[in-house]
Design a protein around this ligand. Structure first.
Ligand code: NAD
Length: 335
């Protein structure tokens, strides 16, 4: 018998069901209309990973554990990214984070980590040729995204041209970042939608996705979207030595870089950063769902490489969900 024959029928059935459910949730989520919370999605994903860890013959390239995002919709023209866009692996506890650090440090002599906030927005790819913005796209399935150039051109703070006389733009630069709606602007937008008799958005992330994925860019232009960049893809005419070097140059070229990232050389320092933002999660003007820890040295990033869906040199430390719940004990019933 093959390894496949040893998978009990009920496990195979549950596996198929989880794959279908997760694909369906992903599709809805990237459209800005999810029907389950992120925590519920993550729980289903962990169940699927657990099954696949037990029965590796069930792992196929098509499994949600191996894929990024969701296929593109028919609303926008498909565009192939110059370099694949990936997701991030998650750590949901201090123990899972320590296990990642140990794996990484067993493979490479890490001298510094770059810690930054995980913005709960929408991944967007910008392509600059000779310093001019020529294309913007959603992440899609990581290989092919949706052409949203006209919509992105309406976002304040995304430069049409990059580079200065002191720091010329490179020949080619693919920049990755997060588009989001700041909290205050989200509240204002919802109030405006309510005035117009339209349905409000459930949270800023859905608001950002819904606003960016408008077929009419004039509507996107009325939405107060913003962007922060946190990585690069394909590039020519420039070499980067460290993730922090990437950010220095992106900032000098005029791209919006957060000032909340830190380069830290000790594990204790990284833990303090994680703890600080656990306490101060609501300080930033945008929503965060965790922090991202990246190996700072680009040559070590290359050495660590990546899997089909995420780099091995970075991890998202996810904060527990903050769901509004109604406690039954708080409800008094008059009889
Ligand atoms: P992810 O959101 O867990 O992490 C990867 C993404 O984080 C990157 O693609 C990047 O765009 C973003 N990011 C934000 N700040 C970053 C930074 N500083 N550096 C690097 N990247 C940064 O992964 P994902 O693949 O986009 O989506 C999976 C997650 O989305 C799930 O864990 C779940 O929480 C949520 N989701 C929810 C549903 C739902 O129905 N509720 C469906 C699908 C996915």
């Amino acid at each position: 018998p093959t390894a496949d024959d040893r998978v009990p029928a009920e496990v195979r059935e549950r596996h198929t069901q989880l794959c279908q459910e997760l694909d369906d949730h992903s599709y809805r989520y990237y459209m800005g209309r999810p029907i389950v919370s992120d925590a519920e999605y993550d729980t289903l994903m962990r169940e699927l990973s657990g099954i696949e860890a037990h029965y590796p013959s069930l792992i196929t390239r098509d499994s949600p554990t191996q894929k990024v995002g969701a296929p593109v919709s028919v609303d926008f023209a498909p565009v192939e990214h110059l370099e694949r866009m990936q997701s991030l692996d998650n750590a949901f506890s201090a123990e899972e984070f320590e296990a990642w650090v140990q794996r990484v440090e067993a493979e490479a002599p890490i001298d510094a980590y770059l810690c930054e906030l995980k913005i709960d927005g929408l991944a967007v790819d910008l392509v600059y040729e000779q310093g001019r913005l020529v294309r913007a796209a959603t992440r899609g399935d990581g290989r092919v995204g949706e052409d949203i150039t006209l919509n992105v051109r309406t976002i304040a703070g995304i430069p049409e041209r990059i580079g200065t006389s002191a720091r010329a733009a490179p020949e080619l630069l693919e920049v990755r970042g997060e588009v989001f709606l700041p909290g205050a602007e989200f509240d204002e937008l919802n109030a405006r939608l309510a005035d117009e008799g339209k349905a409000p958005f459930a949270n800023p992330r859905n608001g950002a996705a819904g606003s960016l994925r408008q077929k009419d860019p004039r509507i996107t232009a009325t939405r107060p979207l913003r962007m922060l960049v946190h990585g690069v893809g394909a590039h020519a005419g420039v070499e980067f030595t460290h993730q922090s070097h990437v950010y220095d140059l992106l900032r000098e070229w005029g791209l919006p870089v957060s000032d909340r990232y830190r380069v830290l050389s000790t594990r204790g320092g990284v833990r303090d950063y994680i703890d600080y933002y656990t306490e101060h999660r609501h300080d930033p003007e945008y929503e965060i769902d965790g922090v991202v820890i990246k190996v700072d040295d680009v040559s070590l990033q290359r050495r660590l490489g990546s899997t089909s869906r995420a780099p091995r040199w970075a991890i998202a430390y996810k904060y527990p969900p903050e769901e509004v719940t109604t406690r039954l004990t708080d409800i008094r019933v008059n009889v």
